[in-house]
Design a protein. Structure first.
Length: 273
Protein backbone atom coordinates (compact mmCIF):
# COMPACT_ATOMS: atom_id res chain seq x y z
CA UNK A 1 0.00 0.00 0.00
CA UNK A 2 1.49 3.30 -1.10
CA UNK A 3 -1.33 5.84 -1.02
CA UNK A 4 -3.57 7.32 1.62
CA UNK A 5 -6.61 5.96 -0.21
CA UNK A 6 -5.23 2.43 0.02
CA UNK A 7 -4.77 2.79 3.75
CA UNK A 8 -8.23 4.31 4.23
CA UNK A 9 -9.86 1.27 2.63
CA UNK A 10 -8.48 -0.87 5.45
CA UNK A 11 -9.84 1.33 8.26
CA UNK A 12 -13.11 1.30 10.17
CA UNK A 13 -14.47 2.08 13.65
CA UNK A 14 -15.29 -0.46 16.34
CA UNK A 15 -18.18 -0.30 18.82
CA UNK A 16 -16.14 2.04 21.05
CA UNK A 17 -15.54 4.47 18.22
CA UNK A 18 -11.85 3.56 18.00
CA UNK A 19 -10.12 3.07 14.68
CA UNK A 20 -9.24 -0.49 13.71
CA UNK A 21 -7.64 -1.89 10.57
CA UNK A 22 -8.29 -5.04 8.57
CA UNK A 23 -5.51 -6.38 6.39
CA UNK A 24 -4.53 -9.85 5.22
CA UNK A 25 -7.36 -11.49 7.18
CA UNK A 26 -6.26 -9.82 10.41
CA UNK A 27 -7.98 -7.19 12.53
CA UNK A 28 -5.54 -4.74 14.17
CA UNK A 29 -6.34 -2.74 17.31
CA UNK A 30 -4.38 -0.25 19.42
CA UNK A 31 -3.44 -0.52 23.08
CA UNK A 32 -1.12 1.83 24.94
CA UNK A 33 1.30 1.28 27.82
CA UNK A 34 2.14 4.31 29.99
CA UNK A 35 5.72 5.51 30.40
CA UNK A 36 6.61 7.42 33.57
CA UNK A 37 9.14 10.04 34.51
CA UNK A 38 11.25 9.78 37.66
CA UNK A 39 8.73 11.96 39.52
CA UNK A 40 6.00 9.40 38.66
CA UNK A 41 4.23 11.71 36.20
CA UNK A 42 3.21 10.31 32.83
CA UNK A 43 5.58 11.12 29.99
CA UNK A 44 3.44 9.36 27.41
CA UNK A 45 2.53 6.00 25.99
CA UNK A 46 3.98 3.26 23.85
CA UNK A 47 1.47 2.19 21.23
CA UNK A 48 1.21 -1.58 20.82
CA UNK A 49 -0.75 -3.67 18.35
CA UNK A 50 -3.24 -6.38 19.21
CA UNK A 51 -4.17 -8.58 16.27
CA UNK A 52 -6.78 -11.26 15.72
CA UNK A 53 -7.85 -13.33 12.77
CA UNK A 54 -11.29 -12.77 11.28
CA UNK A 55 -12.46 -15.76 13.34
CA UNK A 56 -11.18 -14.23 16.57
CA UNK A 57 -7.94 -16.17 17.03
CA UNK A 58 -5.13 -14.03 18.53
CA UNK A 59 -2.10 -13.42 16.33
CA UNK A 60 1.29 -12.98 17.96
CA UNK A 61 2.69 -9.46 17.35
CA UNK A 62 6.24 -10.80 17.72
CA UNK A 63 5.57 -13.09 14.76
CA UNK A 64 3.87 -10.38 12.70
CA UNK A 65 6.83 -8.07 13.14
CA UNK A 66 9.62 -10.63 13.15
CA UNK A 67 12.76 -9.85 11.20
CA UNK A 68 12.44 -10.92 7.57
CA UNK A 69 14.68 -10.05 4.66
CA UNK A 70 13.72 -7.71 1.84
CA UNK A 71 13.43 -10.60 -0.65
CA UNK A 72 11.03 -12.58 1.55
CA UNK A 73 7.56 -13.03 -0.03
CA UNK A 74 5.91 -11.45 3.04
CA UNK A 75 8.25 -8.45 3.23
CA UNK A 76 6.02 -5.84 1.59
CA UNK A 77 2.91 -7.03 3.42
CA UNK A 78 4.82 -6.76 6.70
CA UNK A 79 5.83 -3.18 5.89
CA UNK A 80 2.19 -2.37 5.08
CA UNK A 81 1.03 -3.95 8.37
CA UNK A 82 3.66 -1.94 10.24
CA UNK A 83 2.44 1.30 8.63
CA UNK A 84 -1.21 0.48 9.22
CA UNK A 85 -0.42 -0.05 12.88
CA UNK A 86 1.01 3.46 13.10
CA UNK A 87 -2.01 4.89 11.27
CA UNK A 88 -4.49 3.52 13.82
CA UNK A 89 -2.19 4.32 16.75
CA UNK A 90 -1.97 7.96 15.70
CA UNK A 91 -5.70 8.34 15.12
CA UNK A 92 -6.65 6.71 18.41
CA UNK A 93 -4.05 8.76 20.28
CA UNK A 94 -5.00 12.14 18.81
CA UNK A 95 -8.04 12.86 21.06
CA UNK A 96 -5.88 12.32 24.15
CA UNK A 97 -2.58 13.77 22.95
CA UNK A 98 -2.31 16.96 25.00
CA UNK A 99 1.20 17.22 26.39
CA UNK A 100 1.84 13.49 26.20
CA UNK A 101 4.42 11.75 24.03
CA UNK A 102 3.58 8.82 21.76
CA UNK A 103 6.14 6.07 21.20
CA UNK A 104 5.62 4.33 17.87
CA UNK A 105 7.40 1.11 17.01
CA UNK A 106 8.93 1.14 13.56
CA UNK A 107 10.52 -1.80 11.81
CA UNK A 108 13.96 -0.81 10.52
CA UNK A 109 12.82 -1.87 7.05
CA UNK A 110 9.85 0.50 7.32
CA UNK A 111 12.09 3.34 8.43
CA UNK A 112 14.26 2.88 5.37
CA UNK A 113 11.31 2.33 3.01
CA UNK A 114 9.59 5.48 4.28
CA UNK A 115 12.58 7.53 3.18
CA UNK A 116 13.16 5.82 -0.16
CA UNK A 117 9.51 5.49 -1.26
CA UNK A 118 7.51 8.20 0.48
CA UNK A 119 9.45 11.39 -0.16
CA UNK A 120 10.99 11.93 3.25
CA UNK A 121 7.98 10.79 5.27
CA UNK A 122 5.79 13.54 3.84
CA UNK A 123 2.67 11.41 4.18
CA UNK A 124 3.22 10.85 7.89
CA UNK A 125 4.29 14.43 8.52
CA UNK A 126 1.12 15.72 6.87
CA UNK A 127 -1.14 13.30 8.73
CA UNK A 128 0.36 14.10 12.13
CA UNK A 129 -0.22 17.80 11.44
CA UNK A 130 -3.83 17.12 10.41
CA UNK A 131 -4.39 15.23 13.67
CA UNK A 132 -3.01 18.12 15.70
CA UNK A 133 -0.16 16.12 17.23
CA UNK A 134 3.12 18.05 17.54
CA UNK A 135 5.84 16.20 15.68
CA UNK A 136 8.24 16.48 18.62
CA UNK A 137 5.69 14.51 20.66
CA UNK A 138 6.26 11.50 18.40
CA UNK A 139 9.09 9.11 19.25
CA UNK A 140 9.90 6.56 16.55
CA UNK A 141 11.33 3.38 18.05
CA UNK A 142 13.72 1.29 15.99
CA UNK A 143 15.61 -1.89 16.89
CA UNK A 144 19.16 -1.42 15.69
CA UNK A 145 20.22 -5.06 15.91
CA UNK A 146 17.53 -6.12 13.40
CA UNK A 147 19.04 -4.15 10.55
CA UNK A 148 22.33 -4.72 8.76
CA UNK A 149 22.19 -1.70 6.43
CA UNK A 150 23.27 0.80 9.06
CA UNK A 151 24.06 3.58 6.60
CA UNK A 152 20.50 3.43 5.25
CA UNK A 153 18.98 3.23 8.74
CA UNK A 154 21.13 6.13 9.92
CA UNK A 155 19.98 8.23 6.95
CA UNK A 156 16.36 7.36 7.76
CA UNK A 157 16.70 8.35 11.41
CA UNK A 158 18.48 11.59 10.48
CA UNK A 159 15.65 12.47 8.10
CA UNK A 160 13.09 11.62 10.78
CA UNK A 161 14.82 14.04 13.13
CA UNK A 162 14.85 16.72 10.43
CA UNK A 163 11.11 16.16 10.05
CA UNK A 164 10.65 16.91 13.74
CA UNK A 165 10.31 13.41 15.16
CA UNK A 166 12.40 11.98 17.96
CA UNK A 167 14.20 8.64 17.81
CA UNK A 168 14.49 5.85 20.37
CA UNK A 169 16.52 2.68 20.11
CA UNK A 170 14.37 -0.14 21.46
CA UNK A 171 15.46 -3.35 23.18
CA UNK A 172 19.04 -2.23 23.71
CA UNK A 173 21.06 -4.96 25.41
CA UNK A 174 19.61 -8.01 23.69
CA UNK A 175 21.93 -10.27 21.76
CA UNK A 176 23.21 -8.44 18.71
CA UNK A 177 23.09 -4.90 20.09
CA UNK A 178 26.23 -2.94 19.35
CA UNK A 179 27.54 0.22 21.00
CA UNK A 180 28.89 1.55 17.70
CA UNK A 181 25.41 1.38 16.15
CA UNK A 182 24.00 3.45 19.00
CA UNK A 183 26.71 6.02 18.34
CA UNK A 184 25.84 6.06 14.63
CA UNK A 185 22.11 6.53 15.24
CA UNK A 186 22.56 8.97 18.15
CA UNK A 187 19.01 8.46 19.48
CA UNK A 188 17.12 10.85 21.72
CA UNK A 189 16.19 7.95 24.01
CA UNK A 190 17.86 4.62 24.68
CA UNK A 191 15.36 1.99 25.81
CA UNK A 192 17.17 -0.59 27.89
CA UNK A 193 15.87 -4.13 27.52
CA UNK A 194 14.50 -6.10 30.44
CA UNK A 195 17.34 -8.61 30.10
CA UNK A 196 19.80 -6.02 31.45
CA UNK A 197 17.39 -5.25 34.28
CA UNK A 198 17.24 -8.95 35.17
CA UNK A 199 21.04 -9.20 35.06
CA UNK A 200 21.29 -6.19 37.33
CA UNK A 201 18.87 -7.66 39.87
CA UNK A 202 20.91 -10.88 39.88
CA UNK A 203 24.11 -9.00 40.70
CA UNK A 204 25.58 -8.55 37.22
CA UNK A 205 25.45 -4.76 37.28
CA UNK A 206 28.13 -3.94 34.72
CA UNK A 207 25.97 -4.25 31.55
CA UNK A 208 23.37 -1.85 32.97
CA UNK A 209 26.01 0.68 33.98
CA UNK A 210 27.64 0.42 30.53
CA UNK A 211 24.30 1.01 28.80
CA UNK A 212 23.56 4.08 30.93
CA UNK A 213 27.06 5.43 30.34
CA UNK A 214 26.66 4.90 26.59
CA UNK A 215 23.38 6.81 26.61
CA UNK A 216 24.97 9.72 28.42
CA UNK A 217 27.92 9.66 26.02
CA UNK A 218 25.67 10.14 22.97
CA UNK A 219 23.31 12.58 24.69
CA UNK A 220 20.39 10.17 25.04
CA UNK A 221 17.90 9.94 27.85
CA UNK A 222 17.51 6.50 29.44
CA UNK A 223 14.31 4.47 29.61
CA UNK A 224 14.26 1.10 31.37
CA UNK A 225 11.50 -1.19 30.13
CA UNK A 226 10.11 -4.43 31.50
CA UNK A 227 9.77 -3.39 35.16
CA UNK A 228 7.58 -6.05 36.74
CA UNK A 229 7.79 -5.55 40.52
CA UNK A 230 8.54 -3.02 43.26
CA UNK A 231 12.09 -4.23 43.84
CA UNK A 232 13.00 -3.69 40.19
CA UNK A 233 11.35 -0.29 40.16
CA UNK A 234 13.13 0.89 43.30
CA UNK A 235 16.47 -0.42 42.04
CA UNK A 236 16.12 1.49 38.75
CA UNK A 237 14.97 4.65 40.50
CA UNK A 238 18.28 4.62 42.38
CA UNK A 239 20.18 4.83 39.07
CA UNK A 240 20.61 7.65 36.56
CA UNK A 241 17.45 6.69 34.66
CA UNK A 242 14.97 9.18 33.19
CA UNK A 243 11.93 7.05 32.33
CA UNK A 244 10.32 3.80 33.45
CA UNK A 245 7.97 1.33 31.79
CA UNK A 246 6.59 -2.08 32.64
CA UNK A 247 3.65 -4.16 33.81
CA UNK A 248 4.26 -3.12 37.43
CA UNK A 249 3.65 0.51 36.51
CA UNK A 250 0.90 0.12 33.93
CA UNK A 251 -0.55 -2.52 31.66
CA UNK A 252 -1.23 -1.96 27.95
CA UNK A 253 -4.86 -0.88 27.58
CA UNK A 254 -7.23 1.39 25.69
CA UNK A 255 -6.49 5.05 26.30
CA UNK A 256 -10.11 5.63 27.29
CA UNK A 257 -9.66 3.15 30.14
CA UNK A 258 -6.39 4.71 31.28
CA UNK A 259 -7.80 8.23 31.41
CA UNK A 260 -10.96 7.01 33.15
CA UNK A 261 -8.67 5.75 35.92
CA UNK A 262 -6.38 8.83 35.80
CA UNK A 263 -8.64 11.82 35.04
CA UNK A 264 -5.96 14.20 36.34
CA UNK A 265 -3.92 13.38 33.24
CA UNK A 266 -6.65 14.84 31.04
CA UNK A 267 -6.16 18.38 32.33
CA UNK A 268 -3.22 19.37 30.08
CA UNK A 269 -5.15 18.31 26.99
CA UNK A 270 -7.51 21.22 27.17
CA UNK A 271 -4.67 23.72 27.50
CA UNK A 272 -3.40 22.99 24.00
CA UNK A 273 -4.43 25.44 21.28
Amino acid sequence: MRTRAAFEQCLSSDVNGEIIAQFNDLVLRSVYQPIFRADASVLGFEALIRAKSLTGEPACPAHLFRHIERGHPEFHDQVSTDRLARVIHLRNFAPYAGQHTLFLNMLPSSAVESISKFSNQNLMVKRVAELGIPQHHIVLEVVEHLHDEMDALTAATVQSTINGFRIAIDDYGVKGSKEERVRMLSPNILKIDRSLLQDYMQGDTAPMFRAIALAKEVGSEVLVEGIENADEYNAMRALDVNFFQGFYLGMPQRLANFFAEHPEELAPIFQVN
